[in-house]
Design a binder for this molecule. Structure first.
Ligand code: NAD
Ligand code: IPM
Ligand code: MN
Length: 357
């Protein structure tokens, strides 16, 4: 049996609670994972003056994968916490794909409750290294009446081509439908550029049926006609916003996983829930751990451990479908640990059955 070295960064708020549950589940389906926890968080920042040590990326580079909770907490500005950990790690490890699957899970009360699972199975492919997330800009004429601020976006040819090609490849493997999210009517330089790259690459994939939608109309389409969508590719900001929206229509942020993928595998990929540290419920032990557990399943599948990944995925579906253990966001009284433990037990049974078969 192969053994893996996986780094965890539980981070802040509910990131800590949900990561403990994901570790609990993964340990039941794949014995022999060696976990190393890194205590990098806002608390660490307040103690040491840095979110992570300057050689943080080097410390993580040798791991097979990283499981991240969430960082950011009131008391430390987000430009310090996120730009001191999450965003530099995504960039240091070339994780230019942010993969965000959104599915309607059984036993959850969706905003689209009359739809079935077949109607909502979307893969959001989010550009994860450039675009609107840029440090270029700043305030001009501070304190004067003509004060203004500029925030630049950067769309490189390489950055656009590689994420769009990645999305075409995923669409080819799935239903053959790909929708590109832009806003070419409002952002008249960057978005038409993205459109032109998309159209050029589309020629290489004649079997993929493409759509190009303005992101505002696409947001409405996700709610009104999710069945018409399969793979969605978008810039860093649009992919971010659409993934919270899509998670919410399935039943909440507690359900949606995400992977920061380096497709070239020359550095570790990093898996996390779509949601953040949820300061409003931090410390209460009631966060839904499903998103982070499904991020764990994505991690297993990325490592090629498909049986273990399937066991986790099915365990989540079985426990949610049974409906006996639900956290408050799903309408029940269960704690984070109750739901994690129920999924871990079911995952262990399934891993056993699938391995025997
Ligand atoms: P959030 O995702 O933390 O919370 C939004 C809402 O969803 C809250 O009401 C919260 O209680 C609820 N929620 C989120 N996850 C839940 C779960 N698992 N179970 C039940 N309810 C859940 O978004 P926010 O409030 O905008 O951000 C809080 C902090 O987290 C900020 O500092 C933000 O920058 C940071 N953040 C970090 C990451 C990350 O590290 N990957 C991602 C998003 C936000
Ligand atoms: C996410 C988060 C981050 C992002 C923030 C916290 C910088 O919202 O992972 O979705 O926008 O990338
Ligand atoms: Mn987000």
């Amino acid at each position: 049996m192969r053994t893996y070295r996986i780094a965890t960064i539980p981070g802040d708020g509910i990131g800590v609670d949900v990561t403990a549950e994901a570790v609990k589940v993964l340990d039941r389906v794949l014995p022999g994972i060696s976990w190393t926890e890194f205590d990098w968080s806002c608390e660490n920042y307040l103690r040491t003056g840095a979110m992570m040590p300057p050689d943080g990326p080097e410390q993580l580079a040798g791991f097979d994968a990283i499981l991240l909770g969430a960082v950011g907490f009131p008391g430390v500005p987000d430009h310090i916490s996120l730009w001191g950990l999450l965003i530099p790690l995504r960039r240091a490890f070339g994780q230019y794909v942010n993969l965000r699957p959104v599915r309607l899970l059984p036993g959850t009360e969706s905003a689209l409750r009359d739809r079935t699972a077949d109607d909502l199975d979307i893969l959001i492919v989010r550009e994860n290294s450039e675009g609107e997330y840029s440090e270029i800009g700043g305030i001009h004429n501070p304190g004067r009446p003509d004060e203004f601020v500029l925030q630049e976006s950067v769309f490189t040819r390489t950055g656009c081509e590689r994420i769009i090609r990645y999305a075409f490849d995923r669409a080819t493997e799935r239903s053959g439908k790909l929708c590109s999210a832009t806003k070419s009517n409002g952002l008249i330089h960057s978005m038409p550029y993205w459109d032109s790259v998309f159209e050029r690459i589309a020629v290489e994939y004649p079997s993929v049926q493409t759509r190009q939608m303005h992101v505002d109309a696409l947001a409405a389409e996700i709610v009104l006609h999710p069945d018409r969508l399969d793979v969605i590719v978008g810039s860093n900001l649009f992919g971010d916003i659409l993934s919270d929206l899509a998670a919410a229509v399935t039943g909440g942020l507690g359900l949606a996983p995400s992977g920061n993928i380096n497709p070239d595998a020359d550095a570790p990929s990093m898996f996390e829930a779509v949601h953040g540290s949820a300061p409003d419920i931090a410390g209460l032990g009631i966060a839904n751990p499903v998103a982070q557990i499904l991020a764990g399943a994505m991690l297993l599948s990325h490592l090629g451990e498909d049986t273990a990944a399937t066991a986790v995925d099915r365990a989540v579906r079985d426990v949610l479908a049974a409906g006996t253990v639900r956290t408050p966001d799903l309408g029940g009284p269960a704690t984070t640990a109750d739901l994690g433990t129920a999924i871990a037990a079911r995952a262990a049974e399934l891993a056993h059955t699938l391995t025997e078969a």
